[in-house]
Design a protein around this ligand. Structure first.
Ligand code: FES
Length: 80
């Protein structure tokens, strides 16, 4: 069984356990996924790909649903 991997969140290295979703990794390090138009911090709500509240940029692709992505070595996540 894999022991996990490292990703970056807003340029900072974050170590995660194998099978961790990107949304969980963001929650574990206290980062909101994005901010609403009124400035409110937003994070995972449904956890199953429906609500879109967990969107963030992953590997340069905006608006990825982080609850539907499993962390992979070297993945770059940018929130906000
Ligand atoms: S938490 Fe709802 S789509 Fe990801």
């Amino acid at each position: 069984m894999s022991e996990g991997c490292s990703i970056t969140v807003n340029g900072k290295p974050v170590r995660v356990a194998a099978g961790t979703s990107v949304a969980a990794a963001l929650m574990n390090c206290g980062e909101p996924c994005r901010f609403s138009v009124s400035g409110g911090a937003r994070g995972p709500l449904c956890g199953m790909g429906i609500c879109m509240e967990c969107r963030a940029m992953v590997d340069g692709i905006p608006h990825r649903r982080t609850c539907q992505l499993i962390c992979a070595a070297g993945m770059e996540v940018v929130t906000g």
